[in-house]
Design a protein around this ligand. Structure first.
Ligand code: ZN
Length: 105
């Protein structure tokens, strides 16, 4: 089971964007990378489009490795390691590993 999924809130642990939090917009499981809103902005040259008739440079989020991220628990609001628990019906859920929280994420 993946530890980070789309629309999780994550915090960046290293690099230029250390300490930033954002929402996961895209997940690339085969590369262990995700795209996080507002994190790892890269400049891209774009061809002219209707919105941008001259073309030009646009800023866009670049992918970041999941090892640089931690999920922020929606309940206790702290960065946490994500545990995986198997329920009686064999379905898997993720949970916050803070001992005083344990919320299903
Ligand atoms: Zn928690």
């Amino acid at each position: 089971m993946r530890k980070i999924v789309k629309s999780d809130t994550v915090i960046v642990l290293s690099g230029n964007d250390r300490g930033k939090t954002g929402k996961v917009l895209k997940v690339f499981p085969e590369k262990n990378q995700v795209v996080v809103e507002g994190v790892n902005m890269i400049k891209k040259h774009s061809r002219p489009t209707q919105q941008l008739p001259q073309g030009g440079i646009i800023e866009k989020e670049g992918p970041i490795n999941v090892s640089n991220l931690k999920v922020v628990c929606p309940k206790c609001n702290r960065p946490t390691r994500v545990g995986v628990r198997i329920l009686e019906d064999k379905s898997k859920v993720r949970y916050c590993k803070h001992p005083d929280c344990g919320e299903i994420i």
